[in-house]
Design a protein around this ligand. Structure first.
Ligand code: FES
Length: 322
């Protein structure tokens, strides 16, 4: 179960960074230092409407007095990004979790290749700040649709590491477009690749890297939103609660978490898209049909845990450690 301590923070500044992207500077309500964080960390933001959303920290991790997050107003938002944009104003207090990092830099890397797509720039920018501060070897590529949708363009252009960053605009000239096959050709031992962005961008980067022979341990990625694949062939199945033997039917049009909630069994949820790991539940028997982007392929293959917010079952019954 997710038990991260809750911090009260105040929105010290809200800035329109680009079309449909705002940044929020969060400081502690009493002015004290905030818990330290490492590059790639995110916080859970508890929104007034009850939703919990994850946002990556995009400021320099050496800063102890503030957390900076960037939020895209997502047209397909289920209420999270819309609430951040429309309801959260400067001066307001928010509850957040302490930072957690599922997207850490590899300390053994000799060289770092950072790839950001759109709003995925937030953790990547934090990594660039850290790598620059520590004198590490890195190169960053930032792909976005247009200049007006490119958050932090000025900050990056004015930074000490501006020369290590290349911007790529979808509506720009052909020669500035991100050429993945060329960039990812000939993977080198010691070079680690980090990618964050929309799913299509990440899938393209990772597929390209894998096709060119990048070893899995040199690939690092974090999906913030993912399309959970629903299929017409989704079937109903049963879930058994190991603690009391109770069996709950999961209909084909409900998630395990939804069906359990209707049966009075609440599972802590956050993203409900298989990206955050909040709902992770141990599987004691049966074979899950993993639909998440949170577990690593080898963790999914172990079949001893799954994400009931989106994953289903390949077997007629799953016995859960509930
Ligand atoms: Fe985020 Fe299930 S709630 S993975």
């Amino acid at each position: 179960m997710h038990t991260s301590p809750i911090l009260s923070v105040r929105v010290a500044r809200k800035v329109a960074e680009a079309l449909d992207i705002s940044s929020f500077e969060l400081v502690s309500v009493d002015g004290s230092a905030l818990p330290a964080f490492t590059a790639g960390s995110h916080v859970d933001v508890h929104l007034p409407n009850g939703l919990i959303r994850q946002y990556s920290l995009c400021n320099d991790p050496r800063e102890s007095g503030r957390y900076l997050i960037g939020v895209l107003r997502d047209a397909s938002s289920r209420g999270g990004s819309r609430a951040m944009h429309d309801e959260i104003q400067e001066g307001q207090t928010l509850q957040i979790s302490a930072p957690r990092n599922h997207f850490a830099l590899a300390p053994e890397a000799k060289r770092n290749l950072l790839l950001a797509g759109g709003i995925g720039v937030t953790p990547i920018l934090c990594m660039a700040e850290h790598l620059n501060a520590t004198g590490a070897d890195f190169e960053m590529h930032y792909a976005s649709r247009t200049l007006e949708r490119t958050a932090f363009y000025q900050r990056i252009s004015d930074s000490a590491f501006a020369k290590q960053v290349q911007f790529h605009f979808d509506d720009g000239a052909a020669e500035q477009k991100l050429d993945l096959p060329a960039l990812l050709a000939k993977p080198q031992a010691g070079t680690h690749l980090y990618v964050c962005g929309p799913k299509g961008f990440m899938d393209a980067v990772l597929a390209n890297a894998r096709a060119q022979g990048w070893p899995e341990e040199q690939l690092h990625y974090e999906f913030f939103t993912a399309e959970v694949v629903h299929s017409d062939s989704d079937a109903s199945f049963d879930v058994k609660l190991a603690s009391n033997g109770r069996i709950v039917r999961i209909p084909k049009d409900k998630t395990v978490a939804q069906a359990l909630a209707e049966a009075g069994v609440d599972i802590m949820l956050s993203c409900e898209q298989g990206v955050c790991g909040t709902c992770l539940t141990r599987v004691l028997e049966g074979t899950p049909d993993h639909r998440d982007s949170y577990l690593l392929p080898e963790e999914q293959a172990a079949n001893d845990q799954f994400t009931p917010c989106c994953s289903r079952s390949k077997s007629a019954m799953l016995v859960l450690d509930l």
